[in-house]
Design a protein around this ligand. Structure first.
Ligand code: ZN
Length: 237
């Protein structure tokens, strides 16, 4: 399959999404705009460059919420630089970071950041661990987290373990965008993607070897067909 051309863009009414990049083991970076508010999802490596190109410093400073689907480096690699940039540019409004319970990567980055810059952080950071996934509202967007199934390989290259991982469904007015993060085919994603205005679905797995880490192209397409529109992301070269 030909690599999709980033950034992927979609808009309905006043709700838009840009996926700057989503390549397995490299980076992911997603910007949502709901009315006048910006939200960032899975800030992987390169997110500061992409946000600066797209919306500039003042709008970056206005970002109120980061959403993390899971702790793999291609989804959180930009968090440290993002937090540090906000400090250097003197952000004054709070930032909430929503992440799955047990995601030690986010907690570790946060605690290291607080330790290094304890006396010079200009803004407050609220860690919002998501245990039981239930809907909440932030600014003008309703967010429904849902559990997904995402495994990783251990160092022997064979054994796998499940990592804490979520998908998110974002609703602004009546427009719904569902993002599954990294996930194997699972019923929660099937349920939440159905009838969404846009589903953003990973397709990182070879067709011949389905597993509990990623979806194959055909699995992702079958879920995408139940939404009104969809993107496939996280597609290997
Ligand atoms: Zn992953």
């Amino acid at each position: 399959m030909k690599q999709p051309k980033y950034p992927l863009k979609w808009q309905k009414d006043n709700f838009s999404i840009k996926v700057f990049c989503s390549i397995p083991n490299i980076a992911t970076g997603i910007l949502l705009k709901a009315g006048d508010n910006y939200l960032v999802v899975d800030p992987g490596d390169g997110i500061l460059r992409d946000l600066n190109n797209e919306i500039g410093t003042n709008q970056i400073l206005s970002i109120s919420d980061l959403f993390i689907t899971h702790g793999h480096h291609d989804h959180v690699g930009g968090v440290w630089s993002f937090l540090t940039y906000l400090r250097v540019m003197n952000k004054r409004t709070p930032l909430s970071i929503h992440y799955p319970k047990g995601c030690v990567e986010i907690e570790s980055i946060y605690h290291a950041f607080k330790k290094v810059y304890s006396s010079s952080i200009s803004y407050s950071i609220h860690l919002k661990e998501i245990g039981v996934p239930k809907s909440f509202k932030t600014k003008n967007v309703t967010v429904k987290p849902f559990p997904v199934i995402h495994n990783e390989l251990l160092s022997d290259g064979k054994t796998t373990r499940q990592v804490p991982a979520l998908g998110f469904k974002f609703t602004y007015v009546r427009t719904k965008i569902c993002y599954g993060g990294d996930t194997a085919y699972c019923k929660e994603l099937v349920r939440h993607a159905k009838n969404s205005d846009l589903a953003v679905l990973e397709a990182g797995q070879d067709e011949d070897s389905p597993n509990k880490m990623h979806m194959t192209m055909n699995e992702a397409k079958s879920i995408g067909a139940s939404a009104k529109d969809y993107f496939l992301v996280h597609v290997p070269d």
